[in-house]
Design a protein around this ligand. Structure first.
Ligand SMILES: Nc1nc2c(ncn2[C@@H]2O[C@H](COP(=O)(O)OP(=O)(O)OP(=O)(O)O)[C@@H](O)[C@H]2O)c(=O)[nH]1
Ligand SMILES: [Mg+2]
Length: 260
């Protein structure tokens, strides 16, 4: 009866999948996610993709009750899509939530390993390229330096312990999502990943890393640009500045056994 056990095991697990022009990837990645986590709920958050990803998601959801779709009016960036998606998952009763990309960069094969530390030792788990056993495939030297350097910069400036702060493959306990003060998030774009790990850490969440090998997208278009890098540097400095001025986030994490 392994099937039954698996379903029980991932009931209450939600995977939030933001999409913008992922029509070529969505059907396959959705199937792979639900195969990896049989009892889970998959929430697609689509920002009115011009390529019809949202309509495709509706068709998939019509045939598969584990798939839900949240349509947003227009492209507002990854961060806004995630904040809305996390809210929907919490309202839906999620006990743990995964965030991941729809372009196969984050292999669904890692999902069980990513979730495992939530059972005991972590409140947030980062799928990490920069821990032993992790890595990147198909990236040129420039992209490697930017990603690695960005993580290192944020790690030093914000005094955080994870090695991979810019990756977007993460798992959250419900209590960790609830502990983050989402109104504090500055960034709509990619620095969102740094910011959320920072906010979770300051809120009192225990953060763990598990190794992943990141694969570059094969279809669709990349959105990395110079302005994204500059935004990341400025936001990291701003977070540190606010903290030095005594206006940083405060501990809000409820521990098991705490009241409330
Ligand atoms: N809902 C929504 N999803 C987005 C938005 N921007 C990106 N995404 C999705 O977020 C995930 C990560 O975006 P990517 O474009 O793959 O970002 P990346 O991995 O940094 O860059 P490349 O893979 O090189 O393009 C993918 O599933 C995108 O479809 C957005 O504005 N709204
Ligand atoms: Mg990508």
């Amino acid at each position: 009866m392994t099937e039954h056990t698996d379903t029980d095991r991932y009931a209450g697990t939600w995977v939030v999948l933001p999409t913008y022009d992922e029509a070529e990837n969505l059907a396959g990645i959705s199937r792979a996610i639900l195969d990896a986590l049989p009892g889970a709920t998959l929430l697609v958050v689509d920002d009115a993709s011009p390529d019809g990803t949202g309509k495709l998601a509706d068709r998939l959801a019509a045939d598969e009750p584990r798939i839900r779709v949240r349509h947003r009016a227009g492209k507002e960036g990854l961060g806004k899509a995630y904040i809305e998606g996390f809210g929907v998952a919490l309202d839906g009763g999620a006990s743990q939530v995964v965030q991941m990309d729809a372009d196969w960069s984050h292999s669904p094969d890692y999902l069980p390993a990513l979730l495992a530390p939530l059972a005991d030792r972590a409140d947030v788990v980062i799928g990490s390229r920069y821990t032993r056993g992790g890595g990147v495939r198909d990236w040129g030297i420039l992209r490697r330096v930017v990603s690695r350097g960005g993580s290192l910069f944020a790690r030093i400036v914000l005094r955080l312990s994870p090695n991979d702060l810019t990756g977007g493959f993460k798992a959250w306990r419900r209590s960790a999502l609830q502990a983050v003060d989402w109104d504090r998030v500055h960034s709509g774009g990619y620095v969102f990943q740094i910011e959320t790990t920072y906010l979770a850490t300051r809120a009192g969440a225990r953060v763990a890393e598990v190794p992943i090998v990141f694969k570059d997208r094969e279809v669709g278009t990349s959105k990395m640009s110079k302005s994204i890098i500059i935004e990341a540097l400025l936001v990291v400095l701003q977070l540190r500045w606010e903290e030095l001025r005594g206006r940083g986030p405060t501990a809000r994490m409820a521990r098991d056994g705490d009241e409330g």
